[in-house]
Design a protein around this ligand. Structure first.
Ligand code: PHE
Ligand code: ZN
Length: 868
């Protein structure tokens, strides 16, 4: 390892801080080749009388240190490169430090760094300590006043948190002082300096306060901010209506930066966004991109309450803000678009990515017990499973009690740093429920497996349910969870049966034991019962049952729960593909079996094209391979593609009809109905493309050339390239020429190639060596290495091991520049233990060789877990 001994931090070791910071004044002087940071901290002892004062500081060059206005003798302090220890300090004192930084050399994108021509910061989780000496922990809240100084011509815009209170200019340099009236932890600090354009608007809160909304981007991107602005206003209104939460400052600012490790950051009053999550224009952004912008804008805005006003006591509580905020942004997007479609997309993402995480070497509880590098714990488990836990609370309590619980939480803990226990306690208090068992969801890792069987006998239907959570690293024995199971029963005609004396047709069952049974008295004459289970995906579990294909077809046809219908379709496709894998089925016959149900979906597509597109989509080969004991992606992909081709032939007429009926008309708009139409068109086209008939190639070439928006253009390009249709190479070349000046579009150009199933290690290497590739830009790195390792399992896991060797050497190179990125990408190797022997051997060898190199602590932690 490169950066010293790995040290694990444990939740049980948490101690309140010895010193608080009452006020902090920062003065940041920015130059081309360095920056000077002067910090003045009003410190107050809050712990033991003899405790030394310890401040975090990573890689800082200390130029001056004064206590209460006088130089502090060097015998009284010690800096080991990570912690500055001051001995013998009084109970109250003012500490003044001056440090020197080199932001222009910062490629880790943590702390103060440069992106294109601007300066910006990223402090969560522990980046503030790379800017100045400070107790860099979320339970130290303080009021910040920040002065930013820079060259007036190069950096006309100088920003920090809160409101500007003073400014001046002198000798070609200028400065602005910002004051943030709300006490905040250091991870929410931000500053920006640059030559930025601004789109400005305003929002009047429910109580009549006017808020200036300012979105900043580089001048060439000023035309791509409309959607973010509209989304921001919608989010502000929604949080008032859904949670009674108003914005609290006079200004809300968002800055778009090209170099960013994550999606975006909720710094108080000054969000910093990855350009990919804020810029949107029909010509350069896909529908998925528009929806991503809407949801990330909402997510960061909602953090102002769930995260900033009420923050986390320590980083073990990360899901307190992230799980809750993801749940909030999911509900917002559901309200803005189609709720059923949004739920299906979220569940699909959870099952495709969080479930494997929870079953692999990186599995950890939503509230982890220990970690080495907190950056490695910004995971799907913390975010998405955390959101499912909050959703289950909503389901169990009902909307009204949930809202009362959240009101109580925000009121009681406003301005404080708290825990997930505090959150659940509010929910327990308002509802009068005992949530002790429920809290195991936070402490127990792994995906619970729920098995159901039903029995119809003597006018009664008996449902037997069994739960079990498999062991995960460090947690061999699991306890039963409280699992909310939403249920309905359909009869042979597809009608909902009454489930109790009140005639309810949907019930919420609470599974609390390893094994439980429920009985329902049926109306006379019922001869067939098909259960509709886990409606709305009421708990993040794997559900197994003895569902016959007839039952699944019944659900697909009759169920009124969007998730259950879609899941029934997924199970039908899955069964067909698995029969092709073990050679008990034939593609043409399977397609013929599936055709009537799919035709029925198409016949009803007029009502909701987006839902139809989802119902017609096969589960990915990766997801199917994940559900098998051995991850044999090559075999599953082959079966998957064979079925797709067979369905392309069997329903050819229907697919061509879709292409006619749902062809684009009118001006592009990123609204649900149009998005659905485009998705359905793309789905039909992809079935036709799977047949590799030349006609569909011609249509795609034309669509590519004529498209007036990125969704259609990229959709066509993807099919041309992935299916290697005639005209693919020319389209790739045209695309690169057309979009050479749009980095986010060029990311797509790289991504389409890196995710092509025919891709080879040599092909990926060529992309990495392309002059337009850049190791220092995370979006570009993700578009090649992320797509290859995460979205192209068949190429990545090629049996000759070439993908692994290439990936390992790329990780090593990336790790020198950006350890967080390298560690995140390395997670793709988490399937190691489930690979076929040949692949397992090759991957292990590649990773073992890598881990012997001098690596960052971030990458080392992930590789060590995977290889354990
Ligand atoms: N807190 C950010 C969010 O979820 C994510 C993030 C984490 C960004 C760490 C940067 C660094 O909105
Ligand atoms: Zn967040």
């Amino acid at each position: 390892m490169r950066d010293g001994q790995a040290r694990a931090i444990h939740l049980q070791d948490y101690r309140a801080p010895d010193f608080r910071v009452e006020r902090v004044a920062l003065d940041v002087d920015l130059y081309e080749d360095h920056a000077i940071v002067r910090a003045t901290l009003a410190m107050q002892r809050s712990g033991a009388a003899d405790a030394p004062c310890r401040l975090d500081g990573v890689g800082l060059t200390l130029e001056q240190l004064q206590l209460d206005g006088a130089d502090w003798p060097s015998t009284h302090y010690h800096y080991d490169g990570e912690v500055l220890t001051l001995e013998g300090v009084p109970d109250r004192f003012v500490l003044a430090t001056v440090v020197r930084l080199a932001p222009q050399l910062n490629t880790e994108l943590e702390g103060l760094y440069r992106s294109n021509g601007m300066f910006c910061t990223q402090c969560e989780a522990e980046g503030f300590r790379r800017i100045t000496f400070y107790p860099d922990r979320p339970d130290v809240l303080s009021r910040f006043v920040t002065t930013v100084r820079a060259d007036a011509v190069r950096y006309p815009v100088l920003l920090s948190n809160g409101n500007p209170i003073a400014q001046g200019e002198e000798g070609g340099r200028h400065w602005v002082t910002w004051e943030d009236p709300f006490p905040k932890p250091s991870y929410l600090f931000a500053l920006v300096a640059g030559d930025l354009s601004c789109q400005e608007d305003r929002y009047v809160t429910g109580s009549g306060r006017e808020v200036a909304l300012r979105l900043y981007a580089e001048p060439q991107d000023l035309d791509k901010l409309d959607h973010a602005m509209a989304s921001l206003k919608a989010s502000m209104l929604w949080d008032e209506q859904a949670y009674g939460r108003e914005y609290d400052l006079d200004i809300y600012m968002i800055v778009a930066v090209s170099h960013f490790n994550m999606g975006a950051m909720e710094n108080k009053g000054l969000n910093i966004f990855n350009t990919s999550c804020v810029l949107a224009h029909p010509k350069t952004t896909t529908d998925a991109g528009f929806q991503r912008v809407e949801s990330v804008i909402a997510h960061e805005y909602f953090h102002n309450w769930s995260g900033n006003r009420v923050t986390c006591r320590d980083w073990f509580q990360l899901s307190l803000k992230e799980g809750f905020t993801v749940f909030r942004d999911q509900c917002f997007s559901a309200d803005m678009n189609s709720a059923a479609v949004k739920r299906i997309e979220d569940v699909d993402m959870l099952r495709a990515h969080q479930f494997p995480e929870d079953q692999g070497p990186m599995a950890h509880p939503v509230r982890p017990q220990s970690y080495q590098k907190i950056d490695n714990f910004y995971t799907l488990t913390i975010y998405e499973k955390g959101a499912e836990i909050v959703r289950m609370l909503h389901t169990l309590l009902g909307a009204d009690d949930f809202r009362r619980g959240s009101d109580l939480y925000f009121e009681r803990f406003d301005g404080q740093a708290v825990t997930t226990d505090d959150f659940v306690a509010c929910m327990a208090e308002v509802s009068g429920r005992d949530l002790a068992q429920f809290k195991r969801w936070y402490s127990q890792a792994g995906t619970p497996q729920v098995t159901v069987s039903g029995e119809l006998e003597g006018g009664r239907y008996r449902l037997s349910v069994h739960q079990q959570t498999p062991p995960t690293p460090g947690q061999p024995d699991k306890q039963p969870l409280l699992i909310p199971l939403r249920l309905a029963l359909l009869d042979g005609a597809g009608h909902h049966l009454p489930l109790n004396a009140q005639g309810d047709t949907e019930l919420l069952l609470e599974l609390t034991e390893p094994q439980q049974q429920w009985e329902f008295a049926l109306p006379p004459g019922v001869e067939r019962v098909v259960p509709s289970l886990l409606r709305g995906f009421s708990a993040p579990v794997m559900l197994a049952g003895e569902d016959s294909e007839a039952a699944l077809r019944h659900l697909l046809t009759h169920d009124d729960d969007g998730f259950c219908r879609w899941d029934a379709a997924q199970r039908l496709y899955r069964a067909a593909i698995l029969r092709l894998v073990d050679a008990t089925g034939r593609a043409a016959e399977e397609a013929a079996q599936l055709a009537p149900a799919m035709k029925a979906v198409l016949a009803g597509a007029g009502e909701d094209a987006a839902a139809a597109a989802l119902l017609l989509a096969l589960p990915s080969a990766t997801q199917l391979a994940d559900s098998l004991p051995e991850f044999d992606i090559a075999a599953v992909q082959q079966a998957h593609d064979a079925l797709a081709a067979a369905l392309g032939h069997a329903l050819a007429t229907d697919w061509w009809q879709v292409l006619e009926r749902w062809a684009p008309v009118g001006e592009y708009q990123p609204v649900a109905a149009d998005i659905g139409a485009r998705a359905l068109y793309q789905q039909a086209a992809s079935y036709l493309a799977a047949t590799a008939q030349p006609e569909i190639g011609d249509v795609m070439v034309r669509r590519f050339a004529e498209a007036d928006n990125m969704t259609d253009q990229l959709g066509a390009l993807r099919l041309l390239v992935h299916e290697r249709l005639q005209g693919a190479d020319a389209a790739l070349a045209d695309f690169a020429r057309q979009w050479q000046h749009e980095p986010l579009v060029m990311d797509q150009w790289f991504g389409v190639q890196a995710s092509a199933p025919w891709q080879t290690a040599a092909g990926i290497e060529a992309l990495l060596e392309d002059a337009r590739f850049d190791w220092a830009t995370p979006n570009r790195v993700r578009s090649v290495l992320g797509q290859f390792s995460n979205a192209n399992a068949v190429a990545f896991h090629r049996a000759d091991g070439s993908g692994y060797r290439l990936f390992a050497s790329a990780l090593q190179r990336l790790d020198q520049l950006n350890p967080q990125m390298a560690a995140r990408l390395a997670g793709a190797c988490g399937r190691l233990g489930r690979l076929p022997a040949v692949q397992q051997h090759a991957l292990r060898e590649a990773l073992q060789q890598l881990v012997r190199q001098p690596l960052s602590g971030n990458l080392d932690e992930v590789l060590t877990r995977i290889l354990a």
